[in-house]
Design a protein around this ligand. Sequence first.
Ligand SMILES: [Zn+2]
Length: 331
Amino acid sequence: MANRIWVYLATIVLAGCSASPSGAPPTPAPGRIVVVLTIDWEGAQLSQDGLDAVDDLRKSLVGAPLTHFVSAAYFTKDTPDPTAIASITDAVHAGDELAVHLHAWRSLAKASGIEPRMSPSFLTGTDQLLEFDDGDGGFDLDLDTYSVPELRALLRTSRHLLEQTHLPISKSFRAGGYLTTPKVLQALHDEGFTVDSGALDHRQLDELKAEVLPARLAALWPKVDTTTQPFVVQTLGGSLLEVPIAAVTDYVTAAEIVGIIDAADAQLRKAPTQNVFVVLGFHLETAAEFAGRLGEAIATVRARRELAGRLLFTTVERAAELARRALPPSK
Ligand SMILES: [Zn+2]
């Protein structure tokens, strides 16, 4: 019995010692630069050039997962690409995240059982939508033109169509044109999505030479810049976590991406226990032209050993979990 009591007491003492040998509170874990690499599959065309560019990029991203925001419109064209499922399942590797990307393609609206709307374009503000060789359109239709129930139908159908890949589909989302308007947010919440990654600094779109979309983004995300950290957005009946995009390769150079990561590192040095999040994006349909910028930027920062040790590459879903831990508890 005496022995047993001694073991019991020793266990208590040792447990106390391991938690805090000097009686001081435990040292908080160091924060990281949490880098999230995302690709938007626009639903236009699965070109071999684009798919090859993604494969090439992966070779330079060893150990870094991709988050794939995929439009389901590849499945709703008059003549769907028979390789669509295989292309997606080949590109989504173990450890990646597959999530819904929504552009309001006419064919997707029909597949969702709603009447396709024809205006306005988020590029021009007019009813002149971009037309594509296969006869589909709606890529640049402003999602906000649809009602919440119609948006819910588009989201539900997108998710259902992507289930053909038999891959898990996360509760993350990205809107076409980065236009997660209050209506889109409400539809997302009502359909069980928990994370939106769409907020973008409107100044990045200066490259587009389009006036309407930057103005829409400036109104929607007035305070968002390339350093903005995840924040909570409210809807009726709940909230989602917004994980902003720091940069999209189509609109920035590799050097500018490195500059954004350097700025994140400077922020981490100021508050060493708080993660700093950097979400970077590119598109499948323009990957042949622009994905190389992402590979170049990541190779540059990884070559700097001291900085490389502070990088943590992960998915949107996982980054959102990390970000939530640092936010005050929701009411
Ligand atoms: Zn898109």
